[in-house]
Design a protein around this ligand. Structure first.
Ligand SMILES: Nc1ncnc2c1ncn2[C@@H]1O[C@H](COP(=O)(O)OP(=O)(O)O)[C@@H](O)[C@H]1O
Ligand SMILES: [Mg+2]
Length: 243
């Protein structure tokens, strides 16, 4: 498949409202964002500012109330559920804060799962999974179950699972949250290497040190993108600034 020429991820004026009327929660308000190949964008902001909502929308796990989300040029809103699921398995890697490994499967089985679900023959899926584990430096854990691994080891396996195959979009929601600082740095290095090798990434983080690995930072507040002083980074305020 030839890669799509435009941004890997694009959000156009996206809003997400949970609930209705007086109890409605505006998780995102008119957010636009584009991330291209080779680019890692950090997402920062206080708790409840919409960071996870943004990643859910980018990963096709949730749909916007208003606006469009495009992955590799395809508007997710125009695709069938099955097509979105297929795109998710093939093109999108998701790293969660709490690893989300399946306890009943070994490391290599966890990593091979998205490939097998996508119809890749079992032998080939295992081979690619073993290679992905080797790339994140935990090949020797292939036969081990999540409960018998440290947090850092589980997170590396989770990253291998997010990177296995030819994923063009990597979404990581506080992937270093539960890790000591040394392991956290190692995880960031892996993520950066993968982006440099030809993917696009969104990284939610609270740590400026980790955001330092990104090409740019999007700050969210109350579901809006703001600049690092906390003011709305819309055209009007930018114009104001340039005067
Ligand atoms: N499924 C949901 N139902 C109702 N409100 C939600 C739901 N998911 C998120 N929210 C609300 O949307 C806002 C943004 O949440 P979230 O994206 O999780 O923020 P963050 O990841 O930055 O902490 C919060 O006010 C949260 O309570
Ligand atoms: Mg969150």
């Amino acid at each position: 498949m030839t890669p799509h020429a435009g941004p890997v991820l694009e959000l156009r004026e996206v809003s997400r409202v949970h609930g209705q009327g007086e109890t409605a929660v505006h998780a995102l308000r008119g957010l636009s964002l584009a991330v291209t190949t080779g680019e890692l964008v950090a997402v920062m902001g206080p708790s409840g500012s919409g960071k996870s909502t943004l990643l859910h929308l980018a990963g096709g796990l949730d749909s916007p109330t208003v606006g469009e989300v495009l992955v590799e040029g395809q508007d997710l809103g125009t695709l069938s559920k099955a097509a979105v699921a297929g795109l998710r398995r093939r093109s999108i890697g998701y790293v969660f804060q709490d690893f989300n490994l399946i306890p009943a499967l070994t490391a290599v089985e966890n990593v091979a799962l998205p490939l097998e679900l996508d119809g890749v023959p079992s032998r080939r899926a295992r081979k690619e999974a073993t290679q992905a584990l080797a790339e994140v430096g935990v090949k020797e854990l292939a036969g081990r179950f999540p409960d018998d691994m440290s947090g850092g080891q589980q997170q590396r396996v989770a990253i291998a699972r997010a990177l296995v195959g030819d994923r063009r979009l990597v979404l990581a929601d506080e992937p270093t949250g539960a890790l000591d600082s040394e392991t956290g740095e190692a995880v960031m290095r892996l993520l950066r290497a993968r982006i440099d090798a030809g993917a696009a990434g969104l990284l939610v983080t609270h740590e400026a040190r980790h955001a330092g690995w990104a090409d740019r930072i999007v700050f969210l507040r109350d579901g809006r993108a703001v600049d690092d002083t906390g003011y709305a980074s819309d055209a009007e305020s930018l114009l104001e600034e340039s005067r």
